[in-house]
Design a protein. Structure first.
Length: 450
């Protein structure tokens, strides 16, 4: 049966929306969050409930297609030929137990809703920096947050999941009822079933204190070394990000920042002001701007400056095994070369702490790494692609000698697979778990290598 026919036959009984090639809304419906990724699915479905999902699985099975959940449009890799993209918007359950520090979150819920609900409660969500990312996509891919040194990866905070299996069974699973499925769900996404809701641990934050120090590029190396040296003894209650920003030489920008480069060191303590021992960083150079004081998860989300609408872009990500003086010097020299102007921002996050001792078994892990880096090169309308592509390739080559053996799936770029995240034995185990859960291959293989 042709794929379009297999899915079009659903329309009479499908309570949600089902968009097919040729429909007027298909071009917009198929777009992922990163508009630079081209994906051509066989259908785009927004199910109204579990019965719609069951019908979609049956149609895919009958038509030789696959089903691929794409939360909020994030995580696109472009390889979706023959698949029905599923948007889980209607699964919007959200309940918080403040006494237990646990939340139940539907797979269509975005982090912004959770963060806002927890404001002022003394609890925080183990959320990423962007409020528009879905809880499910982030958590099931690993997920690194402001609280990861304190509470572990997002996936490590996954207590249980409501899982729709390919045979139509819909049930709550946890480590006692299905440890293999939970291991796979903590990093490998929905390769063993469709997750409709998650039960997650919250992070106790009785006293959140933040500090942001901005340095000119002339002091960037000294400041980065100071942060690197701090990492050796930093308490797990301290979380530190470094952001290298190169402002474009654009007439729209104020003269005082146009074409200039900065390094901002951001520190967040869950243990109040005493938990931010960064005086050594402050002394590393002339501080151009300092923001310090009590903060909150909502304030952090608002200050992230993450895009709130789909945009085209590309980036390079790597978990690093070290950050010695030579690597810092090489990175900054590369950063300031005139031809690297497409690299707008480079974000470096301190690892360790709770990340070195996960509480739960899962695919995602950063135990072998000490830093997590992401470089961003936006795609501006009308601008040539080649300079940005060259910059992304160049920084990847530069970081290769200090790249750790594994990273987490949420930091994979389009085209990369789970081979960068797991050992050969773990990959074999994951394939076996998937084969047992989905023997007919109805679920899209996600980031599994083909």
């Amino acid at each position: 049966m042709p794929l379009t026919s297999a899915f079009s036959s659903l329309r009479g009984d499908f309570s949600g929306s089902l968009v097919l090639p040729g429909d007027t809304s298909f071009e917009s419906a198929r777009q992922p969050w990163n508009l630079a990724v081209e994906q051509r699915p066989a259908a785009v479905a927004v199910p109204a409930g579990v019965d719609d999902l069951r019908a979609l699985l049956d149609a895919a099975r009958d038509g030789g297609a696959t089903v691929a959940v794409q939360p909020s449009g994030h995580g696109a890799s472009g390889d979706l030929a023959g698949a029905a993209i599923v948007r889980m918007t209607a699964f919007d359950e959200f309940d918080v137990d403040l006494d237990a520090g646990v939340a139940v979150v539907g797979s269509g819920v975005r982090w912004g809703r959770v963060v806002e609900a927890l404001e002022g409660t003394g609890w925080a969500a183990p959320a990423g920096t962007s409020p528009v990312v879905s809880v499910a996509g982030y958590t099931l891919g690993g997920g690194h947050s402001w609280f990861s040194r304190t509470a572990g990866l997002g996936s490590d905070n996954l207590r249980a999941a409501w899982l729709l299996r390919t045979d139509g069974t819909h049930e709550r699973v946890d480590d006692s009822t299905d440890p293999e499925a939970m291991w796979a769900l903590r990093g490998a996404g929905g390769v063993v079933g469709i997750v409709t809701a998650l039960e997650i641990d919250l992070v106790p934050t009785p006293s959140l204190w933040g500090c942001a120090l901005t340095f000119d590029v002339a002091d960037a190396a000294a400041a980065m070394r100071a942060v690197r040296d701090l990492a050796a003894d930093a308490p797990s209650t301290l979380n530190v990000f470094m952001n290298s920003m190169r402002m474009p030489d654009a007439p729209q920008l104020p003269e005082e920042i146009r074409g200039r480069s900065y390094l901002t060191v951001q520190a967040l303590s869950t243990d109040g002001e005493a938990g931010v021992p960064i005086d050594g960083v402050r002394r590393a150079g002339a501080v151009l701007r300092e923001v310090v004081g009590i903060t909150s998860p909502a304030a952090l989300a608002a200050a992230s400056n993450e895009p709130t609408d789909p945009t085209p872009g590309r980036g390079a990500s790597a978990a690093l095994s070290s950050l010695d003086d030579a690597a810092i010097d090489a990175l900054l020299a590369f950063r300031e070369a005139p031809e690297q102007w497409p690299l707008i921002g480079i974000d470096i996050r301190m690892l360790g702490g709770a990340l070195d001792a996960p509480r739960r078994s899962g695919v995602a892990s950063l135990r072998s790494a000490t830093w997590l880096l992401h470089a961003l090169s936006p795609l501006f309308p009308g601008a040539p692609r080649e300079p940005g592509d060259a910059s992304i390739a160049g920084i990847g080559a530069l970081l290769d000698p200090i790249t750790a053996p594994r990273t987490i799936p949420t930091f994979l770029t389009p085209g990369q697979t789970l081979e960068r995240c797991v050992s050969d034995d773990e990959l074999s185990r994951l394939r076996a778990v998937r084969a047992a859960a989905d023997p007919e291959g109805v679920l899209h293989e996600g980031r599994l290598p083909r």
